[in-house]
Structure formats: C-alpha cells, structure tokens
Design a protein around this ligand. Structure first.
Ligand code: HEC
Length: 356
C-alpha cells in the first residue's frame, strides 16, 4: 500500500475541513467520493482520523491528508495543482527540499520543482466546488440541484446563510498586500474572509461574528481565530504573476495607461499603485452598471473596486463574470460611463490591462 502526504503545513489542525464537502467526513469507515479538479472521481474509505490528519484509502492507495481548519482556497488546491506548463494534475504532495514530490493519484509519480508550480493563489476557474459539495449524502436534493447549477470556478458563500443562489467567481488569493478589503462587497480584510469561510462554509471549530449579516457563532475552544494571523501572513506572500513575455504590446500599453488615467476615467476608482480605492469607499451597483443582487446580500450594499493585478490571467471579469474578455470590460464601461473613446484608445486600454 502506497502512503503519501498531502499538503503538510506547520499551521494545520484538524477540524474536518471536508465536513462541508463530504457526507460523514469525521467517521472512520465512511465511504466517500472525491471529485478531483481534472474531473476524475475517487472512491474510498476513511481509514483513520487524528488531530492533524485524515487517512483516506482509495483504489489501493492510502492518502494521508493534513487537515487545515482555515485554509479555504488553499485546502482545495492540492487535489488540482496547475503546473506552469498548463497541466492540471490531480496529485498528492510530499515536500522534498526545494522541490515537491507530486504523487499523481491517477498517474505515475513525478517530481516538480517549486518554481514549476503555479498552484498557490491561482484563481480557481476549473474546480467545481458546487458539484463536490453536492456529493454529500445528507443534503436535500433541492439544495444539490442548486449547488450543481453553479459550474466550475464559481461559488456562493452566502447560499447556506440566506438561501439565495447567486454565485460569484472565486477570486485570486494573490496580490492581497496593501489591498484593504478582500471580498467583492467589501465586508473586511483577508482575515475576515478566512474566518467567515472557515466557520460558516467549512464548519471548522471556531468563532465568527458579524452583526451586519446577523451571524454570531461562538465555539469553545476556538481553533480558527488563533490561526488567522499566520494564514494571512502566508497569503500576503503570494505575489501577483507577471504577464508572460510577449503577451501584450508595451508601446500600446503605455498609450493605454494614459487612456486609463485620463479620458476613460478608470483611475478615479482604480487608483494606483494598488489600482483600487478599496478601504476609502464602496460603489453602488449602478455606478459601474453591476447586477445589484450580490451587493444587497452583503453587509454594505455596494461593490469594492477590484484591484486589477493579474487581470490578464483570470477571465471572465466582474464578480458575476459577465464580461468574457478585457475588451468586453472596456465596452461595458464605455456604455455605462458614457465614454467617447476611439477604437484605437479601446485597444490601447486593453493592452494596458493585459500588462498589469
Ligand atoms: C466608479 C468606479 C469605477 C470606475 C470609474 C471604473 N471601475 Fe472598474 N471596477 C469598479 C468596481 C466597483 C468593480 C467591481 C465590480 C464587480 O465585480 O461587481 C470594478 C471591476 C473592474 C474589473 C474587473 C476585475 C475582475 O477581476 O473581475 C475590471 C477589469 C475593471 N474594473 C476595469 C476598469 C476600467 C478599464 C475602467 C475604465 C474604463 C474602470 N474599471 C472604471 C469600479 C470602477
């Protein structure tokens, strides 16, 4: 029997991360199905549970999972690692010096240097979280139907609170340094969001309270709150990926920068260097022509200006993904803000956005 370790971390503690995902995750012997990011499905049995690990047996392989009570996106990623060459690998990970041994669950073992991994902080556009949660044996069929309707890369973290289904794109975890507010609707900084997800979504054993949303969960002992600072510090180390060489025209991008700061009025909200005014103000949905549903479900009724770091890498755009391309973003604003931009100014603006 092969034994591998998945995502070991110094800051892990058991809280049955999978409780939101699986039917009876904390019971030894429970039969489980896991859907991997590449679409393959694994069936197995929970073999052992300790305070920090979760031993899972599937297809003759024994997977030892380190359970992280609070890493939301991070916890999802080990089963779907994206390498820089674009491969998405379903794998277990063994740290080995400056490289990782990737033990592909459905293929031969391979070794990848850390620099080849683009997994951490990658805005997840492939993983179908709703479909995974819908594997639960305990959720009502009507709820599963809603979960299955979301599709890859989208999630509604308020659905199990207010019963409304209006999924948003899973945002990137990189480039958060100096960005004051993390959520689309500006409820709070990164630790607010980690706390919300850990307690209300992943059912980690911890406390979360936000009177604006009418949520007040108190857990004793609170195993989430003490982990929030280290998780935040880790996330703040995740750099925005640079645009690939040759992926934009630098001369046009430089012209586009003057359009962005000038006639297109983008910089009135997307203020450099963070390219956002988050922390100073939020915007009514009508200001930018956004669908109001998500804003009205949040605590503040408005949208935070999205920092544009790494925009080249994560189409579609806006919280609900209604702009398929950066050109569609520019057309959207040209209409909503009544901009009179020439075709040349629009393409220059797109080149600039691709350069961020
Ligand atoms: C009135 C303030 C305001 C102005 C002006 C503005 N934006 Fe935005 N921008 C926002 C807000 C708020 C969001 C978040 C909207 C959402 O997702 O619901 C946003 C989101 C975006 C996004 C989506 C990013 C992502 O990852 O989803 C892009 C791209 C963008 N803006 C580019 C621009 C460009 C280009 C201009 C100028 C033509 C511009 N913005 C003008 C406030 C503004």
């Amino acid at each position: 029997m092969q034994r591998v370790s998945l995502l070991s971390s110094r800051h892990l503690e058991a809280a049955c991360v999978a409780s939101a995902l699986l039917a009876a995750p904390c019971a030894v012997g429970a039969q489980q199905t896991v859907v991997l990011a590449n679409g393959s499905q694994l069936n197995g049995r929970l073999a052992n549970i300790t305070d920090t690990t979760w031993l899972f047996r599937m297809a003759g392989v024994e997977l030892k999972l380190a359970l992280d009570s609070i890493a939301s996106f991070v916890a999802f990623q080990p089963v779907g690692l994206r390498l820089r060459d674009g491969t998405v690998l379903a794998a277990a990970v063994l740290p080995a010096g400056d490289s990782l041994n990737l033990v592909a669950v459905d293929g031969p073992p391979r070794r990848a240097a850390l620099r080849d991994l683009a997994a951490v902080g990658w805005p997840n556009r492939d993983l179908n979280v709703g479909a995974i949660v819908a594997l639960s044996l305990v959720l009502p069929e009507a709820v599963k139907t809603v979960l299955r309707s979301w599709g890859p890369g989208r999630y509604d973290a308020y659905f199990n609170q207010d019963g409304v289904s209006d999924p948003v794109l899973i945002p990137p975890a990189y480039g958060l340094r100096d960005v004051a507010l993390e959520t689309y609707t500006g409820e709070g900084p990164v630790s607010y969001w980690n706390n919300y997800v850990a307690v209300t979504q992943m059912h980690g054993q911890g406390s979360f309270s936000d009177p604006r949303l009418g949520i007040d969960i108190v857990a004793q002992p609170d195993r989430v709150t003490p982990k929030l600072p280290v998780l935040r510090d880790y996330q703040l180390t995740l750099e925005t990926p640079a645009p690939p060489p040759g992926s934009f025209d630098p001369v046009a991008a430089e012209r586009g920068r003057t359009v962005f700061n000038g006639p297109a009025r983008c910089a009135t909200c997307h203020i450099p260097p963070t390219v956002t005014d988050a922390g100073f103000t939020l915007h009514a949905p009508s200001e930018t022509g956004m669908d109001p549903v998500r804003a009205t479900r949040g605590a503040n009724g408005g949208y935070r200006t999205t920092p544009l770091r790494g925009a080249w890498q994560r189409a579609p755009y806006f919280h609900d993904g209604h702009a398929a391309t950066l050109a569609a973003v520019v057309d959207h604003y040209a209409g909503v803000l009544g901009l009179s931009l020439t075709a040349q100014q629009k393409t220059d603006l797109v080149e600039y956005l691709k350069s961020l």
